[in-house]
Design a protein around this ligand. Structure first.
Ligand code: F6R
Length: 240
């Protein structure tokens, strides 16, 4: 595991991008995250694309998760997040991008389809954020490491943390999501985990310094992955 600390989110995101770029091939498959964590990384990706340094023409992507119960044109849906923060600004083909179809009428079928797609895919570079409670994707504490794509009931702390995107009103925050499972995340060749802010410090401490691999802190499973690169700002640095 490779642990990198930077003064700011921007600096950490730039460094993460440099690593990502060194791993990126013309036809790479990316695993992508949403939320506040990857926004600067996506900005840097867009900037570099606009300079003509990289093309996404033959790149595919799979997102970690999507809320159940809000439409894809809702400003906080992860479909919309990806369009607004990345896909609409680079030359990735929309048909090569994949986000769980959590608004499907038949959710079980949608889960099965996403699982089949992931089972036939090798993600080259997986971008991850982490929840204050250690969740990765929306694999909340207690999720078995063998879990694949599934519908998850979000924990109260996750609903509260995400209410900042929903006018600080927990009643507006979706209570369920479809997420890739931990086994799907662990299949990626390379994992780049970003964490910013004081409320991530404890999860990062348990991941980097702790000895225990436990479903109670899902990110600790990454100790068992051979290629994990962690980029944090000084607020999330557990040594700070
Ligand atoms: C998002 C995701 C989540 C977030 C985590 C942190 O696609 O899978 O695990 O990475 O909830 O969220 P932020 O970045 O908003 O602090």
């Amino acid at each position: 595991m490779n642990y990198n600390v930077f003064e700011t989110k921007k600096e950490a995101s730039k460094a993460a991008y440099e690593l990502m770029k060194s791993l990126l091939k013309e036809d790479s498959i990316l695993g992508l995250a949403t939320g506040s964590t990857p926004t600067d990384l996506y900005e840097v990706m867009i900037e570099d694309y606009k300079k003509g340094n990289v093309s996404y023409e033959n790149i595919k992507s799979y997102n970690l998760d999507e809320y159940v119960g809000i439409s894809y044109d809702h400003p906080e849906s992860y479909h919309r997040f990806m369009d607004d923060n990345l896909f609409n600004h680079i030359n990735i083909k929309k048909e090569n991008t994949n986000v769980p179809d959590a608004s499907a009428e038949d959710l079980d079928e949608a889960v099965k389809t996403y699982q089949e797609e992931l089972d036939n895919t090798q993600i080259d570079i997986q971008i991850l954020g982490v929840g204050g409670n250690g969740h990765i994707g929306f694999n909340e504490p207690g999720t078995p490491f063998e879990a694949g794509v599934h519908v998850v009931d979000l924990k109260q702390e996750t609903i509260e943390a995400n209410s900042r995107f929903f006018d600080n009103d927990i009643n507006l925050v979706p209570k369920q999501a479809v997420t890739m499972g931990i086994k799907d995340i662990m299949k990626a060749k390379n994992i780049i985990l970003l964490a910013f802010g004081e409320n991530k410090k404890q999860a990062i401490k348990q991941l980097v310094e702790g000895l225990e691999v436990t479903t109670e802190v899902p990110c600790t499973v990454l100790k068992q992955h051979p290629n994990v690169h962690i980029f944090v700002d000084k607020e999330a640095d557990f040594k700070n």
